[in-house]
Design a protein around this ligand. Structure first.
Ligand code: TTP
Length: 197
């Protein structure tokens, strides 16, 4: 087991897999962060703030421990936007049905922000993706809900799973929609001296 290069401040298994894909070994440490938007906060500001807060909360907790490793801490947040409304994780089937029904046949935006905290401070990058859904019937939405894939995903779908069948077109980063844009993440890590090759 190679020593972790960084701490991943995320419970998302997708983010762990994506970091592993580019050869970055990490240890997962999560922190509870209130993800509710501030008044009049834009989606871009919200997703960037949450990515930073997740990483900074873990950094501060580790720094306070006796063996505070001071390994860099990476955090991320993903959300969708359609007609100015946030597309977050569905609360239940009715919520998922409303989300996917609104997204059916239309373009929506998926934002993912990635934040890296090191002793030198915090850097953050924002990745923006445009996703076009084909038309999705109510019967398909119900069948999709029953797969269980919707519940822990922003926008109630997983592009890396069965949700791929809804995605007619993507302008941006597949890994960014999944929750960790690998090009931007590698750039962020390289700027902090963390090589992926
Ligand atoms: C749109 C989309 C989102 N997602 C996932 C990525 C994230 O895990 C989740 C968005 O919720 P987030 O709050 O960004 O992340 P999380 O709650 O899973 O983990 P943590 O807060 O601890 O970092 O949606 C996919 O897996 N595939 C997709 O196509």
């Amino acid at each position: 087991m190679t020593a972790p290069l960084l701490i991943l401040a995320s419970a998302s298994p997708r983010r762990y897999e994506l970091l592993t894909q580019i050869g970055v070994s990490c240890r997962v440490e999560t922190a509870d962060v209130d993800e509710s938007p501030l008044a009049d906060e834009t989606p871009e500001a919200l997703v960037s703030r949450l990515a930073q807060q997740k990483a900074q909360a873990v950094w501060q907790r580790l720094a306070a421990t006796p063996d505070g490793l001071f390994l860099p801490v990476l955090g991320a947040d993903t959300l969708g936007v359609l007609d100015g409304e946030l597309l977050l994780k569905p609360r239940d089937f009715v919520d998922a049905q409303a989300l996917l029904g609104r997204m059916s046949g239309r373009w929506h935006t998926i934002f993912t922000a990635v934040a890296l905290v090191t002793a030198a401070g915090t850097s953050v990058v924002l990745n923006r993706n445009a996703v076009k859904f084909r038309s999705v019937s109510d019967a398909e939405i119900l069948a999709y809900w029953r797969t269980g894939e919707s519940c822990d995903k922003a926008g109630a779908y997983a592009i890396q799973g069965r949700g791929a069948v809804f995605v007619e077109r993507l302008e941006g980063s597949y890994s960014g929609v999944m929750g960790l844009p690998l090009f931007e993440t590698a750039q962020l890590l390289a700027a902090a001296g963390i090589k992926t090759m």
